[in-house]
Design a protein around this ligand. Structure first.
Ligand code: GAR
Length: 187
């Protein structure tokens, strides 16, 4: 099975979905390492409970390239072949992006190319959109850019607030991400 490293900064529900899916016998990947730039990220407990090695270190006080080199070293040491960003709320240095080109994916809570960046759910509501969703894409140097691998759509419903909409999108994220990653690895 292909060895995947997952980068998180927080809750890690997408990480958990990727780990959960990896337990299926026909899944083409296993999760070899979870990395967090936030040492007390909630997702780390889940990774630990599942016996997955982790590398957690704060980026604070470090240059971006310097921190990314540390992460890259941890990924290499763990024999990682693919990287999945799962709520990793940090821009990556060009060298790191280059090094993982074609083998690093991200999930973003919008129907890209619409609504790159932060606060997507509120911005979608403010714009009066009727549809929203999530996108898995290959990571390139540009934020929330790069070839789209898969998308899932949800309706925006009357009376939605950002939390309700985020919940509806997140349910789809958890299905979409493992599928899209498996597809990339199989191709
Ligand atoms: C997810 O909705 C993910 O799509 C989004 O953050 C959330 C992380 O939740 N990612 C981004 O906004 C990336 N810019 P999780 O930690 O429970 O997976």
């Amino acid at each position: 099975k292909a060895r995947v490293g997952i980068l998180i900064s927080g809750r890690g529900s997408n990480m958990a979905a990727l780990i959960e899916a990896s337990h299926a016998s026909d899944c083409p990947y296993e999760v070899a390492l979870v990395v967090s730039n936030v040492p007390d990220a909630a997702g780390l407990a889940y990774a630990a409970a599942n016996g997955i090695p982790q590398f957690a270190a704060s980026h604070k006080g470090m240059k971006r390239a310097e921190f990314d080199a540390l992460v890259d070293g941890a990924l290499r040491d763990a024999g990682v072949e693919y990287v999945a960003l799962a709520g990793y709320m940090r821009l990556l240095s060009p060298a790191f992006v280059d090094r993982w080109a074609g083998r690093m994916v991200n999930i973003h809570p919008s129907l890209l190319p619409a609504y790159k960046g932060l606060d997507t759910h509120q911005r979608v509501l403010d714009a009066g959109e009727t549809r929203h969703g999530a996108t898995v894409h290959l990571v390139t140097a540009e934020l929330d850019d790069g070839p789209i691998l898969a998308q899932a759509e949800v309706p925006v419903l009357e009376g939605d607030d950002a939390e309700a909409l985020a919940r509806r999108v997140l349910i789809e994220e958890h299905k979409l991400y493992p599928q899209a990653l498996a597809e990339l690895i199989r191709r």
